[in-house]
Design a protein around this ligand. Structure first.
Ligand code: ZN
Length: 138
């Protein structure tokens, strides 16, 4: 088994609910109880109004590629055997943007387009500690 990708360092007070939800393959995001702003990445306060009252929601995991870049070579032990891989921003239908990888394709230099519809695909890490949300063509 290849080395794990870099992992969050727990305890992680602000993002723990997000990571806990990944174990059940749920992609979560927050909405502000005060101004209704969509909050992502996970954090304690609303970046729009500063409120610390927010609600966790579960995304359907469907969205579109906003932009992407193809990494041809990485020397990090967790990535060095991957070959070319794509790092992307995906816009989820609920209105938030996540940095992720596009997987489930033959050639990342040819098989990804901006605007392409994608759906979440989970990559479990280690012994069920967390799972990483990646995206494949929908
Ligand atoms: Zn707010």
């Amino acid at each position: 088994m290849p080395p794990l990708r870099p992992q969050p360092r727990f305890p992680e007070n602000d993002t723990q609910p997000f990571w806990d939800a990944t174990k059940g393959h749920q992609l979560t995001y927050q909405t502000c109880d005060s101004c209704k702003e969509i909050i992502f990445y996970p954090r304690r306060h609303c970046p729009n109004c500063g409120s610390q009252e927010n609600t966790w929601n579960v995304s359907q995991g469907l969205g579109a590629v906003y932009t992407f870049s193809v990494i041809m070579q990485s020397r990090h032990p967790a990535f060095k055997d991957l070959g070319a891989y794509a790092v992307a921003y995906v816009d989820l239908d609920e209105g938030f943007r996540i940095m992720t990888n596009i997987v489930g394709i033959q050639d990342p230099t040819k098989d990804i387009q901006c605007g392409m519809r994608v759906k979440v695909r989970w990559e479990d890490q280690g012994e069920g500690e967390i799972s990483l949300p990646m995206f494949e063509p929908a």
